[in-house]
Write a new protein. Structure first.
Length: 141
């Protein structure tokens, strides 16, 4: 399971700045300029610890995979970068075995899984989609 310490430890070890900044289009954004990388967090849009965990987990996916795109590039798709970040989250922090453990404990609804993992429902949905559709995992077996 994801802990905020994973994010901050990774950023510290890899010299990634974490900068609170109001006015980012999303609650969080990762920016690279040459070798410099920073994560901007807009705390006016981050309304709960659960959302902060989700944002940090997702941005860690961008940093760790290099899934960043140029804003003005006609060749790099935002969707591709988002998919890679979401895939990283699923493979690293919302693994198949984690879902099986949650299901065995009786957590089956999306909102229950969000509480269990303490991540936003959309992140849980993305990971479930990755495992069931992309990896052909049948959680009913």
């Amino acid at each position: 399971m994801f802990e905020l310490a994973h994010f901050y430890d990774y950023c510290k070890a890899n010299r990634v700045d974490v900068i609170p900044y109001n006015g980012v289009p999303q609650p969080g954004a990762t920016v690279r300029d040459g070798q410099f990388c920073a994560v901007f967090l807009d705390f006016t849009k981050i309304t709960s610890t659960r959302l902060l965990r989700g944002v940090c987990c997702h941005e860690l996916g961008h940093i760790a995979t290099g899934a960043l795109h140029k804003v003005d590039s006609p060749y790099e798709l935002v969707e591709r970068s988002e998919y890679r970040a979401n895939r990283y989250m699923a493979q690293r922090f919302l693994r198949e075995s984690d879902f099986r453990e949650a299901f065995a404990a009786g957590y089956t609804e999306l909102w229950q899984l969000a509480e269990y993992f303490d991540l936003p429902e959309q992140d849980i949905k993305n990971a479930l989609t990755y495992w069931s559709e992309r990896q052909q995992v049948d959680f009913n077996r």
